[in-house]
Design a binder for this molecule. Structure first.
Ligand SMILES: [Zn+2]
Length: 400
């Protein structure tokens, strides 16, 4: 099958230029002009930008969280992603402390035959074998299953949190096997302490989450994780970085010689904690973890993206319906009652400007989770492409 994307401005690592893209099967066959289009399906991208399909390396489809479940599954979630110009997602397999092979089997079953775009999995990791050789073998097994990244939680003691020894073993095994080790960096013990204090004093509304999960718990966890990674000879990828203090912790760790990668999310770039004020049921829709921050934090994250401190923008897409948000995460209740039982979720990326798309693609950032600069829009590469008009409306071609 031949497909021609005609009339758009192709944006890639070489910059933006007017060109057509010819696709044979699922590969880019040529980029240029005046192609023989006989027999080709033609997609008119006139007036649009033709850019590499984005990779979203942080989604939670069909995820059970207590009594509720994230509202998008692999079908609706990937259709939504395709409509926004994302052509690959990497979802987190595992909902708790289940064995990793069970989690992987379950996630394959959730995705198989339902996803409309490419997908991959990270594994949520709640234990690592004590013995270094066994830990290495465990990580090698994951890689042999196509899973080359794991996430460990430094928060949620009841469901997911690991201790420093486990983290350390993961960093060591990751360093030896090239499996990427990412962390949810918030100090879970400190959050528990602040949360019980808040509940005792009746501070239970949506704004309380900013006091229970302040930037300091993020920054201290990043510093601790980076230290452990450094000692173990590994590196660390910080998911959903949300604060200026966290960003400073990333910079400090790098100055000390630790390899730290950082990811932030649209909710921290576009929204601030003022959304948590107002009627509690409405504001509960903006509860997420880490929580929304101040305008100063938001501005620091934009600066961090601009200067390269932050490498990745991902969604942390984990939506809940209004009904589920109102219900909360406990089974035997009819209302979320306190911030601690409101399902935390993320809003949606609405738009990126034409100039930021152009700059990102030129810098090789749009597909930074999986493709290297040289792979973006190169001949012979997988044709994961999206077209976007200048006002931010994605126009994803039918094969995406
Ligand atoms: Zn997440």
């Amino acid at each position: 099958m031949r497909t021609l994307i005609r009339g758009g401005a192709v944006v890639d690592v070489d910059g933006a230029r007017r060109a057509d893209v010819l696709i044979e099967g699922e590969r880019i066959a040529d980029v240029g002009n005046a192609f023989d289009v006989s027999g080709a399906d033609v997609f008119d991208a006139t007036g649009g930008l033709v850019i590499p399909g984005a990779i979203d390396p942080h989604t939670h489809f069909d995820l059970r969280v207590g009594a509720v479940r994230s509202a998008d599954d692999f079908e609706t979630g990937t259709i939504a992603a395709a409509c926004g110009g994302t052509t690959c997602v990497i979802d987190f397999a595992g909902a708790g402390r289940e064995p990793p092979d069970d989690a992987l089997r379950e996630w394959h079953a959730k995705a198989r035959g339902r996803a409309v775009i490419d997908y991959g999995f990270h594994l949520t990791c709640t234990s690592v074998p004590q013995n270094a050789a066994d830990a290495r073998a465990h990580f090698e097994w994951m890689a042999s299953e196509g899973v080359t990244s794991v996430k460990l939680y430094m928060a949620y003691p009841d469901r997911l949190m690991v201790d420093d020894e486990t983290l350390s073993r993961a960093f060591a095994a990751g360093g030896e096997t090239a499996v990427r080790v990412s962390v949810h960096a918030e100090d879970g013990h400190e959050i528990e302490r602040l949360a019980s204090d808040a509940l005792v004093r009746g501070d239970t509304g949506p704004t309380a989450i900013t006091r229970v999960r302040p930037p300091s718990v993020e920054a201290s966890a990043i510093t601790r994780a980076a230290h452990l990674a450094h000692e173990a000879g590994g590196s660390v990828y910080v998911v959903h970085l949300s604060s200026a203090a966290g960003l400073d912790a990333v910079r400090s760790a790098r100055r000390e010689g630790t390899t730290v990668l950082a990811e932030t999310c649209p909710q921290y770039l576009f929204l601030t904690d003022e959304r948590l004020e107002g009627p509690p049921d409405e504001a509960a829709g903006f509860v997420c973890a880490p929580p929304l921050r101040s305008p100063t934090d938001r501005d620091a994250l934009w600066a961090g993206l601009a200067d390269g401190t932050i490498q990745v923008a991902a969604t942390d897409h984990c939506p809940f319906t209004n009904a589920d948000r109102a219900h909360g995460t406990l089974a035997k209740q009819e209302h979320w009652r306190t911030f601690a039982r409101s399902p935390a979720a993320s809003p949606v990326w609405r738009r990126a400007s034409r100039s930021s798309i152009r700059e990102s693609a030129t810098a090789g950032c749009l597909s930074n989770a999986g493709l290297t600069r040289s792979q973006v829009h190169r001949l012979g590469c997988s044709a994961s492409i999206t077209s976007r008009d200048p006002c931010g409306q994605a126009r994803t071609p039918p094969w995406a």
